[in-house]
Ligand binder design. Structure first.
Ligand SMILES: NC(=O)c1ccc[n+]([C@@H]2O[C@H](COP(=O)([O-])OP(=O)(O)OC[C@H]3O[C@@H](n4cnc5c(N)ncnc54)[C@H](O)[C@@H]3O)[C@@H](O)[C@H]2O)c1
Ligand SMILES: O=P(O)(O)OC[C@H](O)CO
Length: 343
């Protein structure tokens, strides 16, 4: 229907971002800097008040001054009222519960945008699948933003590219326009499966890289993990219907390199603590409530791989280090001692 096509291709003028953590706040800034009217929902009233009165979200992005066009609220209904797009910026394992609460408030035809990088533990579903199911909308109404996007660097306006993925190309183009700024360059893609699996799996490989750093290993080890991590991620993605080339792109190799190499990554930092001998609980305490998504997704991705009949040896040892008491040193030895094979 022409009216529908029109709606899909319309650039969102008013957007709600639900979740005022590191990435939600940063992405809200990107949208505002792109000229979009943004309301940011914060779970805690004091965070919304702080943003409105000081223009800073000190708990997550100290020193970053947020644009005037960005308003914060602790009222989700107010945030979503009259919006063309709703951005979901909460952890992947709580997205279902969060969205179920917001579902009655969602504007009927708004594009629902997931920023979360994970695979749901209980169902092994990707985030777009969870969104489509809970919001009861067609997959064409759901978009994903994923790429080498460490929030802190983007908040500081360092040049960065990303991918806006949606099965509906017109919707992806509209969202691309709504979040394009001089420092943030989104590309479009329609391979939702590949983009989302790449984003979830790279967190697990970053945990492995962090463990390697914690064990005192250098760049050869990291590079080996990144390359073989990409190989196992691609195997899983292709088995589940993704385009192989997606894994060579920004949301694949791009995000994998950024996350595995950066001390800003929470997943890599978490892995580093485990590599230095800290327990899971100690590493969790040190994360101060911020999510290292790979700690949970290593288990769901491992199950997804088993169900699909795909070998993911790095993901397997990361799961066993995080949840079954395997030590990082013996985990590395186990990976090196696997049956010899061709690349
Ligand atoms: N931080 C980054 O650099 C970055 C970049 C790209 C993607 N992501 C992804 O975006 C998602 C959100 O990440 P983030 O960095 O904003 O996380 P964060 O931990 O900084 O913030 C999470 C936000 O969700 C809110 N929230 C709402 N309900 C919650 C609940 N039940 N439990 C916990 N938190 C709840 C928290 O209050 C907080 O504002 C993750 O999936 C992450 O992988 C993060
Ligand atoms: O801090 P991390 O490890 O959650 O990684 C953040 C982003 O996903 C990097 O693109």
């Amino acid at each position: 229907m022409p009216e529908q096509a029109d709606q899909n291709g319309r650039v969102p003028a008013k957007v709600a971002v639900l979740g005022a953590g590191s990435w939600g706040t940063t992405f809200a800034k990107v949208l505002a800097d792109a000229g979009t009217d943004v309301t940011l929902w914060a779970r805690r009233t004091e965070v919304a008040e702080e943003i409105n009165s000081t223009r800073v979200n000190a708990g997550y992005l100290p020193g970053i001054v947020l644009p005037q066009r960005l308003r914060a609220t602790d009222d989700a209904a107010e945030a979503m009222h009259g919006t063309d797009a709703v951005v979901l910026a909460v952890p992947s394992q709580t997205l279902r519960e969060n969205l179920a609460g917001w579902q009655p408030l969602l504007p009927e035809r708004a594009t629902l945008v997931s920023l979360a990088k994970g695979v749901e533990l209980s169902t092994l579903k990707r985030m777009s699948e969870v969104v489509s199911e809970v919001a009861d909308v067609a997959m064409e109404q759901v978009a994903v933003v994923s790429g080498p996007n460490l929030a802190r660097e983007i908040a500081a306006e360092q040049p960065t590219a990303t991918v806006v993925a949606c099965n509906d190309h017109d919707r992806a183009v509209a969202l691309q326009q709504a979040c394009s700024t001089p420092y943030f360059r989104p590309y479009t893609n329609t391979d939702l499966v590949g983009i989302e699996l790449a984003g979830a799996c790279k967190n697990v490989i970053a945990l492995a890289c962090g463990m390697a750093v914690g064990l005192g290993y250098g760049h050869n080890t990291m590079s080996s993990l990144i390359t073989r991590g990409l190989a196992e991620t691609t195997r899983l993605g292709v088995a589940l219907g993704a385009e192989p080339m997606t894994f060579a792109g920004l949301a694949g190799l791009g995000d994998l390199v950024a996350t595995c190499m950066s001390p800003l990554s929470r997943n890599r930092t978490f892995g580093e603590r485990l590599g230095r001998g800290e327990t899971l609980a100690q590493a969790q305490d040190a994360a101060h409530g911020q999510v290292a998504e790979g700690v949970k997704s290593c288990s769901s991705i491992r199950q997804l791989a088993a169900r699909t009949g795909v070998e993911m040896p790095i993901t397997d040892v990361v799961h066993r280090v995080c949840h079954e008491g395997l030590e990082p040193g013996p985990a590395a030895a186990e990976l090196l001692g696997r049956e010899r094979k061709a690349e």
